[in-house]
Write a protein that binds this ligand. Structure first.
Ligand SMILES: Nc1ncnc2c1ncn2[C@@H]1O[C@H](COP(=O)(O)OP(=O)(O)OP(=O)(O)O)[C@@H](O)[C@H]1O
Ligand SMILES: [Mg+2]
Length: 268
């Protein structure tokens, strides 16, 4: 089972779009996939066609400390989506309270990880949609993973904040003895512009072969699909957005053959 967080503390860089559509693409390639929504905005939950407020069992229940009366096991909150092979652990706005509730708890970085470990799940992939912050929810997501995909939208300040993100990953390695393989995905790209070429050069210099060859082009079908509550492969299968994410899934699947740890970033 591969567990991958989709993260960047910057907002609006297609974390959720990637989670939903990479998840659906992996499912399309016959993998059994779980998406865990770790964002109080609940955009993955919404984007898969669900109304967050209607859930009384969410990922928040899994993050509850051991003796909490609200605690549930992950299996009790997972639901199937309309896409075969694609499942969801939903969130709603109540998750916003977790930042405060967990902050003084012993082992606060580990609640999601231990929830996943306890559950003994039979998925090929778990993708975790992170909120746009480096708070306790993102740290929980990163601690539960061996791999993280950072989504970057190419514009002038794209690399700003990435150093801070990498610092967090470095701190997790140092303080929590938790090592992560880092991959970078370029999203919402206008590939014909000079700006695109410049920014991609910069990203390549920093991340080398950690950068996915697949680039997610700007494509309106992706935005439309999410607002209709379905993955783009169902909304507009012939769109470039669908093709981009299906290609990304192939690249991600190819990494299954790679020796774990081969691409651990040595920069930290
Ligand atoms: N390739 C794309 N082409 C066009 N629009 C896109 C593309 N990818 C994402 N979008 C749109 O950009 C906006 C931001 O995307 P998304 O919600 O996935 O980002 P996010 O990083 O999850 O945001 P947040 O930080 O708020 O969680 C959305 O309106 C989405 O529909
Ligand atoms: Mg999001």
């Amino acid at each position: 089972m591969r567990i991958i967080a989709i993260a960047n503390q910057k907002g609006g860089v297609a974390k959720t779009t990637t989670c939903i559509n990479l998840g659906a693409s992996l499912a399309y390639h016959a993998r059994k996939v779980l998406i865990i929504d770790m964002d109080p905005q609940a955009h993955s939950t919404l984007g898969l066609g669900f109304e967050p407020d209607e859930f009384d069992r969410t990922i928040l229940n899994v993050l509850e400390p051991p003796r909490s009366p609200y605690r549930l096991e992950l299996k009790e909150v997972i639901i199937p989506t309309r896409t075969p092979n694609l499942y969801l652990a939903p969130a709603n706005i109540d998750l916003a309270g977790a930042e405060y509730r967990l902050i003084d708890k012993l082992g606060r970085e580990d609640f999601l990880n231990s929830g996943i470990q306890r559950a003994n799940l039979s998925f090929d992939y778990i993708l975790i949609d992170c909120p746009p912050s480096l708070g306790i929810l993102t740290v929980n997501a990163l601690k539960a993973c061996r791999e993280v995909i950072i989504t970057i939208q190419p514009h002038y300040f794209a690399m700003r904040g990435i150093e801070e993100f990498m610092e967090t990953i470095g701190l997790m390695k140092e303080n929590l003895k938790h090592d992560l393989e880092v991959y970078v995905l370029i999203t919402i790209a206008d590939v014909r512009t000079n700006l695109y070429r410049e920014v991609v050069e910069e990203i390549k210099k920093y991340f080398g072969d950690h950068l996915f060859e697949t680039v997610i082009h700007r494509n309106i079908s992706l935005a439309e699909a999410t607002s209709h509550g379905v993955p783009v492969m169902e909304y507009e299968p012939s769109s470039s957005g669908a093709q981009c994410y299906l290609n990304l899934a192939k690249e991600v699947i190819k990494l299954e053959e790679e020796k774990p740890g081969k691409r651990l970033l040595r920069k930290n």
